[in-house]
Design a protein around this ligand. Structure first.
Ligand code: ATP
Length: 512
């Protein structure tokens, strides 16, 4: 079996053909940076979000979740710095008016990191390297700053006092609600508050399918610690041997390649400065790998000095090797007490908490803010699951069973025998109470298996003539095409065990 490297456009075409993702309102020509999720896409997206929530909120004692509003009080964005500083630099073509995000244009043309590059430097580079319009070849104008927030008006009257913003990230409501959540959930440091939901950014040039959108979803968490206990991470032993591909700021300065390292080495060599930051990097990486992503496609890269946001003490990105290069999948920043202090100052509300141990009031520090885009995670799982199987002559989408948009397919071998159809339907009716399933009558059994493989259906159950005699069904594995006969009365239990990792050959009688 070979795994050709798909381009992002080929992935977009596959997603459209199978019902995962469509350009939004395509009948009207679509709208750049917006996508709609189809019948399979919504299931996959929901599964990703659910797995994240289960792993980082429900299964932990130290983290709780919230769900803040999308249209948020403008002062939240004043305090966070978004109104004044959430900008990208754009350049436009003097002739055709085509607009470019200046740092990505420089990165594409000069193959250097330009995130965080100042406006004067950008202008200089464009002139020196004679970078011109990619569309018509004309000269580009002077770079200028552009705020990425979408504005709207609250209430019937449009005025400057009714202006509000669609949130460009989910995290700020965690800070605005910090005291209430901490008190109500009786949280004691160290603890985290998580939130998932929509975010909106008026990106200058949305591109690469779901990678850079104008409306997307985030899964974010703020993990708070005592300011003097940066290194007291009780969980570090869980990940101490865990290995990551690491590219530190120092290594980038020396033009070195990434290096595979265990967390203990990252800490002993002080490559990752705090145990907490190392812990969250390992855990977020592990989350992807546990859900079937290929660990060799990931690395963690530290922000170099120029890239680092003004509020961040240290930032590492979890990066993935997309077909268009290594790109940020998730940002993990040490934001210190920047946000809480900003909200204390602007709201004139005390957001400090009382520390029982030291008997002092303190403002906790965000030792790490893992911020993950749902759609970028969606792309990762799709790329790593996508296999073209030569012998089957179809795509097999090898998604982890927890992520499969449809877990099982139930097929009557023939569609014109009422008792076979009924028996299959009864099984389907039982299975769909628990899992997303399909019932497929259309075309040859081979066609139906191929369709199921392409949709990532984990296993198929087929009822044939013999089933009427022996009360047995055939279960076929998506990944191996192995088939076993099992008792119809045990189908549900067997599928459950198969999904949990038991071998199909141990669960039924092999079909030659
Ligand atoms: P980039 O440098 O790619 O613009 P960023 O550093 O602005 O990303 P953050 O503000 O750190 O991104 O956002 C956290 C996460 O949200 C990103 O790692 C990514 O997964 C997701 N994200 C951000 N912007 C977009 C977007 N326009 N489309 C899809 N996902 C996004």
């Amino acid at each position: 079996m070979e795994k050709p490297k798909l381009t992002i456009d080929e992935m977009a075409a596959f997603c459209k053909r199978k019902g995962f993702v469509y350009p939004s309102a395509e009948i009207y020509g679509g709208i750049a940076g917006f996508y709609d999720f189809g019948h399979l896409g919504i299931e996959l997206k929901n599964n990703i979000k659910q797995e994240w929530w289960k792993t980082f909120v429900q299964r932990r004692d130290d983290i709780v979740g919230i769900d803040g509003s999308i249209v948020t009080h403008p002062m939240v964005w004043k305090a966070s710095g978004h109104i004044d500083g959430f900008t990208d630099i754009l350049v436009d073509c003097k002739k055709c008016g085509m607009r470019y995000r200046a740092d990505t244009l420089i990165e594409d043309k000069l193959k250097i990191a330009a995130d965080g590059m100042q406006i004067q430097e950008i202008s200089k580079r464009i002139k020196e390297s004679r970078i011109r319009c990619q569309k018509c070849g004309s000269e580009l104008g002077e770079p200028k700053r552009f705020n990425l927030m979408f504005t709207t008006n609250v209430g019937p009257v449009q005025s400057s006092s009714s202006a509000a913003f669609l949130r460009p990230e989910t995290a700020q409501l965690i800070f605005a609600n910090f005291r209430l959540v901490q008190e109500n959930a009786r949280l004691k440091l160290p603890f985290g508050i998580a939130q998932t939901g929509k975010a909106f950014r008026n990106e200058i040039s949305p591109r690469d399918f779901l990678f850079r959108m104008r409306e997307f979803e985030q899964m974010e968490m703020e993990y708070f610690v005592h300011p003097e206990k940066y290194d007291e991470c009780n969980f570090i032993d869980d990940v101490i041997e865990y290995e990551l591909n690491v590219l530190s700021a120092e290594m980038q300065k020396k033009s070195q390649n990434m290096q595979k390292m265990a967390i203990k080495e990252c800490l002993s060599r002080k490559i990752i400065k705090t145990k907490w930051h190392a812990y969250w990097l390992a855990l977020m990486h592990k989350w992807f790998v546990d859900l079937g992503a290929d660990s060799s496609h990931f690395r963690v890269r530290q922000h170099v000095k120029d890239e680092l946001s003004h509020y961040a003490l240290d930032t590492w990105d979890l990066e993935y090797e997309f077909p268009f290069g290594w790109k940020e999948l998730q940002g993990l920043s040490n934001r210190t007490d920047f946000d809480l202090k900003q909200h204390i100052q602007h709201s004139k509300t005390d957001l400090s908490i009382f520390d029982e141990e030291t008997k002092k009031k303190i403002i906790p520090h965000v030792i790490c803010e893992p911020s993950q885009g749902v759609e970028r995670a969606f792309l990762v799982f799709m790329f790593d699951a996508y296999h073209y199987d030569k012998s089957r002559d179809n795509v097999v989408l090898k998604l982890h069973p927890k992520l499969c948009p449809v877990k099982f397919g139930v097929f009557p071998l023939v569609s014109n025998k009422a008792d076979i159809v009924k028996k299959a339907r009864d099984i389907y009716d039982e299975l769909k109470q628990e899992w997303a399933c399909i019932f497929d009558l259309g075309g040859s059994i081979g066609r139906r298996y191929a369709r199921a493989d392409e949709a990532g259906v984990y296993a198929c159950v087929t009822i044939d003539h013999e089933s009427l005699e022996d009360e047995m069904a055939t279960v076929r594995s998506r990944d191996t095409t192995e088939q076993v006969r099992v008792k119809i009365s045990e189908v549900k239990d067997i599928l459950k065990k198969f999904m949990e990792g038991e071998k199909l050959s141990k669960l039924g009688k092999s079909v030659e």
